[in-house]
Design a protein around this ligand. Structure first.
Ligand code: FES
Length: 169
């Protein structure tokens, strides 16, 4: 497992997370070394989340949000794209390949596209090699759990908003 690049996918609850779920239901094949973190919207993502993930030993990051014009919070995915571009610049400044992080847009019905994105990033990271910041496997697993807990905590807000707006009725 630790010979493959470790990918973290920050997925919007409304689109990419559902697409990842669909890819699983369709039994599509893609790298098993991707960890999906659900966000209420990619607009929730801050540049420091991306940098911290690299600091924690992740080799590459997928940010997957709704199609442009389709964000449930209007411009969250547009803000996320700017933050990904900012993170790329900062990574380049410290000598880490900026192509280790990429933003994608897709709909909840695009399970096949989700699998393609993971395969594309997996191939790219295999060419780049492991991140120079990668710690030992045990530390990575502990860090992954911590990031998952934080992402789930962030999701509590979206459930609340959903109930308030009667979307889930
Ligand atoms: Fe999906 Fe904003 S709600 S990116």
């Amino acid at each position: 497992m630790d010979t493959e690049p470790l990918i973290l996918a920050f997925c919007c609850h409304y689109c990419a997370y559902a697409a990842a779920d669909l890819a699983g239901s369709m039994r599509l094949q893609y790298s098993s070394n991707v960890r999906v973190l659900r966000l209420p919207c990619t607009g929730k993502l801050e540049v420091n989340y991306l940098l911290t993930a690299f600091e924690h030993g992740i080799d590459g990051i997928i940010v997957a949000g709704c199609l442009e014009g389709g964000c449930h919070f209007l411009e969250g995915n547009l803000r996320a794209r700017k933050r990904v571009e900012r993170a790329k610049k900062l990574l380049a400044e410290i000598g880490i390949e900026p192509e280790r992080v990429e933003m994608f847009n897709l709909s909840s019905a695009e399970g096949t596209r989700f699998a393609e994105i993971v395969t594309e990033m997996s191939g790219r990271l295999a060419r780049l090699g492991k991140s120079p910041l990668r710690p030992d496997q045990e530390t990575i697993q502990r860090n992954l759990q911590e990031m998952t807990d934080q992402a789930e905590a962030a999701l509590v807000g979206v459930k609340h908003d959903c109930c308030r707006s009667q979307e889930c009725a």
